[in-house]
Design a protein around this ligand. Structure first.
Ligand SMILES: Nc1ncnc2c1ncn2[C@@H]1O[C@H](COP(=O)(O)OP(=O)(O)OP(=O)(O)O)[C@@H](O)[C@H]1O
Ligand SMILES: [Mg+2]
Length: 284
């Protein structure tokens, strides 16, 4: 833990609305060098949206995000590109380019941002693949590997430039318990001695408690609770207890209300899809 360390990220009064719904409603917190901050919270509560604002790929409705002391929310794309050299991002979907091989996907940031030789890049790709337990997978295409493997390739790519800051969105979803432990150990090794700082979105409580130095739980657009893993574990807040113990009954509702989703056309079921599905699955 490094609560007194240099502040790498400052999120100040961040608000993001989609339609008239505030998915993030006045969120403020800091991240210090060497910390592993785990962001948790129910599906759809805004975790990925928060990460997108932290890496400058989404602009807030109001409020600010400062990365390395500079306001990323006010930067033009070219400036953001420069800041991107200092952090890696593992997207929830993996976000690999389907037409490139696994090796080419990992090599991409090195080709774009460094003048390293082909041999050097090949060596780094090998090393990063080994870190995520995928030695020898260079030549396969994303379509030829499993979902969990794609996640790990995404992680290898996020680490290609040896970033001082890593954002990962659900790095262990789709991984078996052993591979989850391998990825967690990798995060622990990289953050040891404040070498790297990590912001990790996770639903996986075993993994979250293994890696976190600090935790934030989001809900209803706000920070429901934050603290050290011990403080979260012992939190008197019933929402926190329900979430960390995965209990079906409690203050967190099962469904996001229709009211909350009234301005989200894309989440409404489209009847014609049902009809098409039945058509395709009709036996001759
Ligand atoms: N570009 C967008 N346009 C409209 N609504 C959006 C957009 N992006 C996200 N949302 C809405 O914001 C809410 C939060 O989405 P987000 O993806 O941040 O959730 P999450 O906490 O990451 O969920 P999960 O755990 O399922 O990944 C959802 O209701 C989603 O529909
Ligand atoms: Mg998400």
């Amino acid at each position: 833990m490094n609560a007194n360390g240099e502040t790498l990220i400052e999120v100040g009064h961040l608000v993001r609305r989609f339609g008239d719904r505030a998915v993030l409603d006045d969120i403020s917190f800091n991240v210090h060098r060497g910390e592993t901050l785990v962001i948790m919270g129910g599906s759809g509560c805004g975790k990925s949206t928060l990460l997108r604002h932290m890496i400058g790929s989404m602009k807030p409705t109001s409020g600010t995000v400062k990365l390395f002391g500079k306001e990323i929310t006010a930067m033009k794309e070219r400036e953001i590109e420069r800041v991107r050299l200092r952090f890696g991002m593992l997207f929830q979907s993996g976000a690999l380019l389907a037409s490139l091989t696994v090796g080419e996907n990992i090599a991409l940031p090195l080709l774009q941002h460094t003048d390293k030789s082909g041999d050097e890049i090949e060596e780094i790709v090998k090393q990063k693949l080994q870190m995520v337990g995928l030695t020898g997978f260079e030549d396969l295409k994303p379509g030829e590997i499993s979902g969990g493997m794609k996640k790990r390739v995404g992680l290898a790519r996020a680490l290609a430039l040896d970033p001082e800051l890593l954002f990962s969105d659900e790095p262990t979803s789709g991984l078996d318990p052993i591979m989850t432990a391998v990825v967690d150990q990798l995060t622990l090794n990289l953050t040891k001695g404040s070498h790297m700082t990590a912001v990790v979105v996770s639903h996986d409580m075993t993994s979250a408690f293994r890696i976190a130095t600090r935790m934030i739980m989001l809900g209803h657009g706000s920070i429901v609770a934050q603290g050290t893993p011990d403080e979260i574990r012992n939190s008197p807040n019933p929402e926190v207890q329900q979430f960390i113990h995965g209990q079906p009954d409690g203050p967190i509702p099962l469904n996001v209300s229709q009211e909350e989703h009234k301005d989200h056309q894309h989440v409404r079921p489209r009847p014609f899809l049902g009809a098409r599905f039945r058509f395709h699955h009709k036996h001759p």
